[in-house]
Write a protein that binds this ligand. Structure first.
Ligand code: ATR
Length: 279
């Protein structure tokens, strides 16, 4: 629909931001719910991020998403941040309050869990140990989500071991560090395997992980969604393991922001998946 002078405004700040699928995602919902609003890409260089953020209320924006490389800076700059965002150490969603102050939250872990429980309703975090590949920014959100959802143990394995150890130091004794060279042995008795690295993404090296020791009923998921079926998911599917692709995490993490800015709780469905995939 066309915009009126009262259109509600939001966007995604990143650098670069041209690859972001968020404008297509929110644009689909705006059309579907016939909302007088716009969600735009905001290409903001790191040296301008603070000023750009401070300008949001001045320009009448309801808020924005924040993506690479601004998520950690956003946590420092908002007026208040949710407890989850502080534990993750990053903000991906900002709401401009009525008084012009900025509230930050992090919905990546929420999106991760909503994707799993939506696509694999019988899976529960407390069912058994999880194996997490990677210890970068995305891993922190996944780890906090799994611990909060009751995972009895999260085995973290990362090429650079010290980053996995830093997560164990930060998040306590349910986090076990597994050496990168031992990652396949860590799959024994696991109830979940999640790849949080960029390995397996189009243009990146593959994730080398033989699944021989993985129980047949363990759920396997990947935060990579291009390609939708990574080599990890294809191998898991071939063995008969349940699999959930990573696109749903992107779709679900967007829901809280959309509702806060545009006033409608949006639904994730096949039409949205198709719209984002074709973007
Ligand atoms: P993001 O915010 O997307 O998680 P990141 O913080 O740069 O990005 O983290 C990238 C993750 O992918 C890290 O766990 C990284 O491992 P290192 O900590 O050892 O760098 C992992 N990764 C990237 N390329 C890799 C490779 N070729 N082999 C193994 N791990 C890799």
């Amino acid at each position: 629909m066309s915009l009126s002078g009262k259109a509600r405004l939001a966007g995604v700040a990143g650098w670069p931001v041209s690859h972001s699928r968020s404008p297509a995602l929110h644009g689909h919902w705006l059309r579907r719910y016939r909302i007088d609003g716009a969600y735009v890409p905001l290409p903001v260089a790191p040296e301008n991020f603070e000023r750009a953020l401070r300008a949001l209320p001045l320009l009448g924006f309801r808020g924005c998403n924040v993506t690479v490389p601004h998520k950690e800076a956003a946590l420092r700059l908002v007026d208040r941040a949710s407890e989850e965002a502080r534990r993750i150490g990053a903000v991906n969603t900002i709401v401009v309050e009525a008084d012009g102050t900025l509230t930050g939250s992090n919905t990546d872990g929420y999106g991760f869990l909503e994707n799993l429980t939506g696509a694999a309703p019988s899976w529960r975090a407390d069912r058994g140990p999880a194996v997490m590949i990677g210890a970068g920014g995305a891993a922190r959100a996944v780890l906090v989500a799994l611990l909060d959802a009751g995972a009895p143990e999260v085995r973290v394995t990362n090429r650079s071991r010290e980053k996995a150890e830093a997560l164990a130091d930060a998040f306590g004794d349910r986090v076990a560090v597994v050496d990168w060279s031992e990652r396949e042995a860590a799959l024994g008795q696991a109830a979940l395997v999640v790849n949080t690295t960029s390995l397996g993404m189009t243009g990146q090296p593959p994730l080398e992980l033989r699944l021989d020791d993985l129980p047949g009923d363990a759920l396997v998921t990947d935060i990579v969604y291009a390609p939708l079926e990574t080599a990890l998911l294809a191998e898991a599917r071939r063995r008969g393991n349940p699999v959930v692709d990573g696109l749903g995490m992107l779709l679900h993490q967007a829901r809280p922001g959309f509702e806060a800015w545009f006033g409608v709780p949006p639904t994730v469905d096949g039409a949205l998946r198709a719209a984002v995939l074709s973007a």
